[in-house]
Design a binder for this molecule. Sequence first.
Ligand SMILES: [Ca+2]
Length: 337
Amino acid sequence: MKRQIPFILLVLLVLAGCGTGTGNMPRIILDTDMGNDIDDALALAAMNRYIDEGQARVLAIGMSKEGAAAADFTDIVQTWYGHGDIPIGRVSANTGPKTTDIHYTDRVCALKDEAGAPLFAQTFESKDGALRPTTDELYRRVLAKQKDHSVTFVTVGFSTNMASLLATPADDISPLTGAELVARKVKELVMMAGNMAEASGEFNVVQDIVAARKVFAEWPTPIVVSPFELGSRVKFPHTRVKDLAGGEQPNPVAEAYRFYLGPDYDACSWDPTALIYAVEGESMFTLSPAGKIEVDNKGITRFTPAPEGKHRYLIADIKQVMALTLHLVELTTTARE
Ligand SMILES: [Ca+2]
């Protein structure tokens, strides 16, 4: 009789949707400035691993920078990993960041095989980025269909699209304004943004200070920030680039890595740390107390503790940094099925 108890408990746990059940699976919208640094591509690789493992569902991917190459490269990566069906949106704001540096996205898109055909396929047939939906439209459509308080926004680029979404009016997609839609449908916003260790302007914030100020002031849900000083210590070892999932066949993320500052560069992992928190929660981090993050006119972020505050940021000691580094390698280099 005693031997039956663990089995019965196991059955009950499975029926209750515990363990690997899908009831609590994060439903993610990823917003990225793909191409400015290689860690966006590493985050994408990790994200596809989470999808394959049933640890996350990704509803949409948005670009927070202008130009078609970022979206086309993202499309190539998603297609390569078998998830090209996830809709990709182009930046919404006309006054958005002018940073259109490409670094590697256009070069990967232009790669050819021995017959002169594109080396990597993409799902969206047109190369004209203007034909993709704006993130305002895409995010509103996606959010309107979701259960209340169920969506995790992960932004690893500029705040442009988040600010733009908040400002959208009611339309034929939803009777709710953008701010109301976010308050109703979003559970949490996870941002790679800011520097909590020193008064230094962090890239994502500085590229669109107006948008960052608006998001930290007005975004209605809790916000968790992965700050500069965390991801800059989680270094993806360049010796493992050759092991990025795919093995012997060309992998667009590995090709991008080699284009970006060469093959001997240990990439900082600002964006993957935000994604790891968004999917796996706080188990690999230390969370700051609650408080309020504000952005000044120069893009400097300042955190003020406050018990009722909706903002927190991630902290990692040296052991956590080492564990995060190993985990990122594990997430990105597991052999593709
Ligand atoms: Ca980024």
